[in-house]
Design a protein around this ligand. Structure first.
Ligand code: TNX
Length: 492
C-alpha cells in the first residue's frame, strides 16, 4: 500500500495478505443507490480491459457479505463530500463513503493498489492482487484543478475527455477550460454564431482550429460530472479577445473588425469597455454559458490587459461581476481582478508575483484564492533547458519545484483558510497535440494533485519521488509518454 498518489491521510498496511481479484469476483453496490451502481459499473469497466474478467456488478444482499469488492454508500460514514475508507482483507475489498464523490475517489485508490498493468487497454496475464490494509482519506483543499488552454491550440472533445480520465486518477476535481483567447473562440454561442465559425477557425501558427458545439460542450460537462469533476468555463475578457474582435466589428471601439491572429503576443486586444453594446454581448454569451454549465463558477479571465487604464479595467470587472451574479454563478478571475471591488463570493486565481492586482489585500476583504503560482504549477513551462516544447518566462519547473511547496505559506498574509485550493494550468502556445500536453503534464500534474489533497505533515519530497517512480509504468500502460525527470528513480 505504498505508492499511492496523492498520499492518503492514513494507511495501515497488513503485510503478507492480499485480496485476489479473479474471474469470479463480483462488484457489489449499496442496494437502491443508482449512483453506487454507476460507480460500480465504472470500476468494472476500468478493470475488465486489462484483466479480461467479466466482473459482474450487482446490488449487495446480506448473504453476499463474505466476498468481492463492495461499494458502500451510506450517510453518516466518512466525513466530507470526498472522504472515504477502504478496507482490504484476504476475502474482500470494502469501499465506504457518505457521498458518491467519496466512493469515486476510493475507486481511484483501489486502482492504484493493483499492479501497473491494470491500466493497460488489452488483456494482461496478472496475477491481480490487492494488498490488505485499511485507508482513511479525505482532501485538504476543496479545489484541486487543472486548466487546459484549448484556445491557442484546439483540442477535440475526445481529447478533453482523455484528459479528464487522467485527472480522475489523481483525484483532481476541477477542469478549468480556457475557451477563448486572441487566437481562437472555441464554444458555439447561438446568438453570436461567428464567434465560433470565424473566430474559432484558426489557431497559433495557422491551421483550421476548431470549436465545440453546445452539444459537445454538454458532453464534456457530463463526462466530467460522472467523474465528480466540475467544469469551470473561461471566457477571457476584456483582453485576450482578438478572436471576438475579428468576428464582430461592433465589439471594436472604431467599429472595424480585426484580422484573426495566429501569433503568441499577449496584451494587445481589448473589448470596447465604454460601449453599452459590449455588456449586452457579454450578458448573452455568459447567459448561454451559464445555462450549459451545472457547476457554480464562470471564469471571466481578466488577465493581462495593457490598453486600458486601471479605472476603466476595474469598472469593467465590476459590471461583469453583476452580469455573472444575475446568471446565478460565482465569478472567478485571474488575480488582476483584485484591482476591482469584489463580492464575497468571487474567487481570484493567483498566478504571478508581478502580474498586478493585490491578492493579499483582497484576502483581507474576504476574497478566496485559487493558487496557480507559475513557477510551481504552470505545466507549459519547460522542465529544464532541454525540454523541447514549452516556455520559460518564469524559469524552469522541474518535478520537485511543482511538488515541494505549501499553499498555506506561499504568500505572506494568506493562510490556509483563505486558500480554496490549487490549480495547474496548461497553456498551449507551444503544444500541438495531446501527446505534447501529456509530456508536459506528466509527471508534474500528480504532484500538484498531492499538494492539493494530502496533509502538509505527510508530504516529503524524498518519500514522494519514490512513490511517483512507481507510477511511470502505470502511465506507460495508459499510453502516456512522460518526462523521465532525473529527479525521480524510475524503474527500468
Ligand atoms: C500568462 S497566466 C498568461 C497566458 C499565457 C501564459 C503562458 C495568465 C493569466 N496569462 O496568456 O498563455 O502566461 O505561460
Amino acid at each position: 500500500m505504498q505508492a499511492i498518489v496523492p498520499v492518503p491521510v492514513s494507511v495501515e498496511a497488513v503485510q503478507g495478505t492480499w485480496f485476489p481479484l479473479a474471474g469470479s469476483t463480483r462488484i457489489l453496490t449499496s442496494p437502491g443507490s443508482a449512483e453506487a451502481a454507476r460507480i460500480g459499473g465504472y470500476l468494472a469497466e476500468v478493470l475488465r480491459r486489462s484483466t479480461g474478467y467479466p466482473l459482474q456488478v450487482s446490488e449487495e444482499r446480506a448473504s453476499d457479505r463474505a466476498g468481492g469488492i463492495s461499494l458502500q454508500l451510506a450517510p453518516g460514514g466518512p466525513p466530507g463530500e470526498e472522504g472515504y475508507e477502504l478496507e482490504v482483507t484476504g476475502e474482500s475489498a470494502t469501499l465506504r463513503a457518505s457521498h458518491p464523490a467519496g466512493l469515486f475517489r476510493a475507486v481511484q485508490t483501489l486502482r492504484q493498489l493493483l499492479p501497473a498493468a491494470i491500466e493497460a487497454a488489452t488483456a494482461q496475464p496478472g496475477p491481480w492482487r490487492i494488498p490488505a490494509g485499511r485507508i482513511v482519506d479525505h482532501p485538504r483543499f476543496a479545489w484541486r484543478g487543472a486548466m487546459l488552454d484549448v484556445a491557442r491550440h484546439f483540442f477535440t472533445a475526445d481529447e478533453v475527455k482523455r484528459y479528464l480520465d487522467l485527472l480522475a486518477l489523481y483525484k483532481l476535481n476541477v477542469l478549468h477550460l480556457h475557451l477563448t483567447d486572441d487566437q481562437g473562440w472555441r464554444i458555439a454561442i447561438r446568438r453570436w454564431p461567428r464567434l465560433a465559425t470565424h473566430g474559432g477557425g484558426t489557431q497559433v501558427g495557422g491551421g483550421p482550429g476548431g470549436h465545440y458545439t453546445q452539444r459537445e460542450y454538454a458532453e464534456i460537462v457530463a463526462y466530467a460530472r460522472d467523474r465528480y469533476i466540475t467544469v469551470v468555463p473561461e471566457v477571457d475578457m476584456p483582453g485576450h479577445t482578438n478572436a471576438a474582435l475579428a468576428s464582430y466589428a461592433e465589439l471594436n471601439c472604431d467599429g472595424r473588425a480585426r484580422d484573426r491572429y495566429t501569433g503568441t503576443e499577449v496584451g494587445f486586444s481589448a473589448l470596447c469597455v465604454e460601449e453599452p453594446g459590449t455588456y449586452r454581448f457579454l450578458d448573452e454569451v455568459l447567459g448561454e454559458l451559464a445555462e450549459l454549465t451545472p457547476g457554480p463558477y464562470l471564469h471571466i479571465g481578466g488577465d493581462e490587459v495593457k490598453t486600458l487604464s486601471d479605472e476603466q479595467y476595474a469598472g469593467f470587472i465590476e459590471r461583469v461581476q453583476q452580469i455573472v451574479r444575475r446568471h446565478r454563478k460565482r465569478m472567478v478571475g485571474w488575480q488582476e481582478i483584485t484591482k476591482a471591488h469584489l463580492d464575497a463570493t468571487t474567487v481570484a486565481q493567483y498566478w504571478d508575483a508581478g502580474a498586478g492586482g493585490d491578492a493579499v489585500r483582497a484576502v483581507g476583504e474576504g476574497t478566496k484564492l485559487v493558487l496557480s503560482p507559475a513557477s510551481r504549477t504552470y505545466l507549459d513551462l519547460k522542465y529544464d533547458r532541454r525540454t523541447e516544447r514549452g516556455l520559460d518566462w518564469a524559469g524552469y519547473v522541474e518535478v520537485r519545484d511543482a511538488y515541494d511547496w505549501d499553499p498555506a505559506t506561499l504568500l505572506e498574509g494568506v493562510g490556509q483558510e483563505a486558500v480554496l485550493g490549487v490549480e495547474a494550468p496548461l497553456w498551449s502556445e507551444t503544444l500541438r497535440s495531446m501527446h505534447d500536453a501529456e509530456l508536459m503534464a506528466f509527471p508534474r500534474l500528480p504532484g500538484i494533485a498531492e499538494v492539493g489533497w494530502s496533509p502538509a505533515a505527510s508530504r516529503r519530497w524524498d518519500d514522494y519521488r519514490r512513490r511517483l517512480a512507481a507510477h511511470g509504468p502505470r502511465w506507460s500502460a495508459l499510453g502516456i509518454v512522460y518526462h523521465r525527470s532525473p529527479q525521480v528513480p524510475w524503474p527500468d
